[in-house]
Design a protein around this ligand. Structure first.
Ligand SMILES: Cc1ncc(C[n+]2csc(CCOP(=O)(O)OP(=O)(O)O)c2C)c(N)n1
Ligand SMILES: [Mg+2]
Length: 589
């Protein structure tokens, strides 16, 4: 009697179980999936791994949400995350998150279920051209043939074992590809990003998974960091003239480099390097000043600067030498097209010392100039009045403070309030548009974790990304921090579907802070606003809305707080409470 080649009765389920075994062994801990028929073997296998405590599973009905949730989880955890979808438009709905992940070098393993070869190209239901559907946004993909053909043969056990080993190996290669752990010889990507396994399945699409195979999650994870290939040795300038720029996701390495080079540090708010003694506040104004930006002769760039015009202008100034430390991005940030692009710098001893008087003075002047500009715009409380011996002066001070707290919230005060309550155990996520720029303009140095989707600066997927970051933060030792995501009203509404957390899904401690100015007001600041007819401008650019955010929160089972004054906002930001809350903040300028 010959045996069937499939241990479970469904080659699809056999393969799905082994694929997840390979993913777990390679270091994947999180899977986000959206439901579907063709993907059922993957979904049910993932559920078994979750039950066994080997994977955590997040289920989202909208693949666009699933993709961005996975992106947030990957950014927040520093590990690759798997995403499972069914076939057809389901796959295409991942595209926005895939593009963002590609441009910011975030590792995702997309498992997209597909029809087998015999059902492709004949108009079969829910069937399109999925392999390679993401184009250049996916640096590695495989069109994986449907497993098994159900044929009985004498080597059934051998075939099953071979198929199992093949699936595990394929999963491991996919993780190596997602983490950019290729070598110039093996054809795998050299930088992290999304990868796709397009997995064809034929009937029977699944069978009960009786038992999981042996899996050792700690045995051999694929490393999540890569050794730098191109390392540039840099010496401290003889005559100080270097500036370090930390764009998005630069990381603390940029802050260290500034200190080692005796250079002022220009750090965007989501750089991960906005702290330390070299940090220049109000960097835009300082860069514009010929006495500062005009004196820079060498700029070392980390991360992806996107928030100012002054940084690209500096990098394209004649006579300025630019070194770009590329990091995880697929493209080096090089507006001059003339930079020296490397993976890391090593500061080496030269004749000058970063702590000598000349370098300290160079950094000190930049920092002071920035502080002076910040203080000029700052309505800092008059602490002398607070401590005055004169009761009338003290009373006037207190009345002023109380008055301030009753005032409506402005963009600047919103940024200030949120920054003030953010601490290292918290996470801050900033949506695209005006508010991130407001933070960037005015908040001071603090070693807190700030995230933003700056790969493409889309207003899409921000709630889902923040949810992923909050879920990842909750796993990190459960230290009880809060994830706050600050977005404009249109950015919130663009991703409103991501407020849907299905029954039984983990509800993260997330504050969705919506700065509501009735539409996309960023366009008011563009040159076009001065020339376009006001009503057309409003209709096609501002796109005003009057959504009832309280009803919206209620519909999705979120708490809702309306914060119209600064004190109401301050209270809402630190209010205890489990699960997600929408904090609606009507904005006055
Ligand atoms: C997916 C996507 N679509 C369109 C845009 C263009 N865009 C940039 S900002 C913006 C308006 C954002 O409005 P809102 O979130 O209310 O922020 P505000 O400018 O009012 O602060 C739009 C449509 C984009 N960045 N991403
Ligand atoms: Mg708005």
């Amino acid at each position: 009697m010959l045996r069937a080649a499939s241990p479970s009765g469904s080659p699809a389920s056999d393969q799905a179980v082994e694929l997840f075994a390979g993913l777990v062994e390679a270091g994947v801990r999180e899977v986000v999936l959206s439901p579907g028929s063709r993907s059922q073997a993957l979904a049910l296998a993932a559920a078994e791994y979750e039950r066994a405590g080997l994977l955590r599973l997040r289920v989202r009905i909208d693949e666009r949400t699933a993709g961005f949730t996975a992106l947030g989880l990957a950014v927040g955890s520093g590990s690759p995350v798997a995403v499972v979808t069914t076939s057809g438009t389901a796959v295409a709905n991942l595209h926005p998150a895939v593009l963002e992940a590609h441009h910011s070098g975030v590792p995702l393993v997309l498992l997209t279920a597909d029809r087998p070869a015999e059902l492709r190209g004949i108009g079969a239901n829910q069937t399109t051209h999925q392999p390679g559907i993401f184009g250049v946004a996916v640096a590695w993909w495989r069109d994986v043939e449907a497993p098994g053909d159900g044929a009985d043969d004498a080597d059934a056990d051998d075939d099953a074992a071979r198929a199992a080993a093949g699936a595990r190996a394929l999963a491991r290669v996919a993780v190596r590809a997602a983490l950019g752990q290729g070598t110039p010889d093996d054809g795998l990507p050299l930088a992290p990003g999304p990868v796709q396994l397009d997995l064809a399945y034929r009937e029977p699409l699944s069978a009960a998974v009786e038992a999981l195979p042996e899996v050792d999650p700690e045995a051999d994870p694929v490393p999540t960091t890569r050794a730098p290939r191109r390392v540039l040795r840099l010496a401290v300038d003889d005559v100080p003239a270097t500036v370090v720029v930390a764009g998005h996701a630069a990381g603390p390495v940029a802050e260290r480099a500034a200190r080692q080079l005796g250079a002022p540090l220009v750090a965007e708010v989501s750089s991960g390097a906005r702290f330390g003694p070299s940090l220049v506040p109000s960097y835009r104004e300082v860069l514009r000043d010929p006495a500062f930006g005009g004196r820079a002769r060498r700029v070392v760039v980390f991360g992806h600067p996107t928030l100012s015009r002054e940084v690209p202008s500096l990098l394209t100034t004649a006579g300025v030498e630019v070194v770009v430390v590329q990091g995880d991005a697929p493209e080096a940030y090089d507006p001059s097209r003339d930079a020296v692009v490397v993976d890391a710098i090593e500061v080496v001893a030269g004749p000058a010392d970063p702590d000598d008087r000349a370098h300290r003075a160079w950094v000190g002047r930049w920092v002071q100039a920035g502080r002076a500009r910040l203080a000029a715009d700052d309505a800092a409380p008059d602490l002398a009045a607070a401590g005055s011996d004169d009761a009338a002066v003290r009373a006037r001070f207190l009345r002023g403070e109380v008055d301030l707290l009753r005032r409506p919230v402005t963009r600047a005060s919103l940024a200030e309030s949120v920054w003030r309550v953010t601490w290292p155990h918290d996470r801050l996520v900033l949506g695209a548009s005006r508010l991130i720029r407001e933070f960037d303009r005015q908040v001071g140095g603090k070693a807190v974790r700030v995230h933003a989707n700056r790969g493409l600066a889309g207003i899409d997927g921000t709630i889902a990304t923040a949810t992923g970051i909050a879920l990842a933060a909750a796993r990190e030792g459960g230290r009880g921090g809060t994830t706050r995501v600050v977005v404009g009203d249109l950015t919130a509404l663009h991703d409103v579907g991501s407020m849907l957390l299905g029954v039984g899904e983990e509800r993260p401690r997330l504050q969705l802070i919506v700065g509501d100015d009735g539409g996309g007001t960023i366009f008011d600041g563009l040159e076009v606003a001065a020339t376009a007819p006001a009503d057309a401008m409003r209709r096609v650019q501002t796109t005003p809305q009057q959504v009832d955010f309280s009803a919206l929160a209620a519909a999705y089972g979120w708490r809702h707080v309306l914060a119209t004054t600064r004190s109401e906002l301050d209270r809402a930001l630190v209010a205890p409470g489990e699960g997600p809350v929408l904090v609606e903040v009507p904005l006055r300028d």
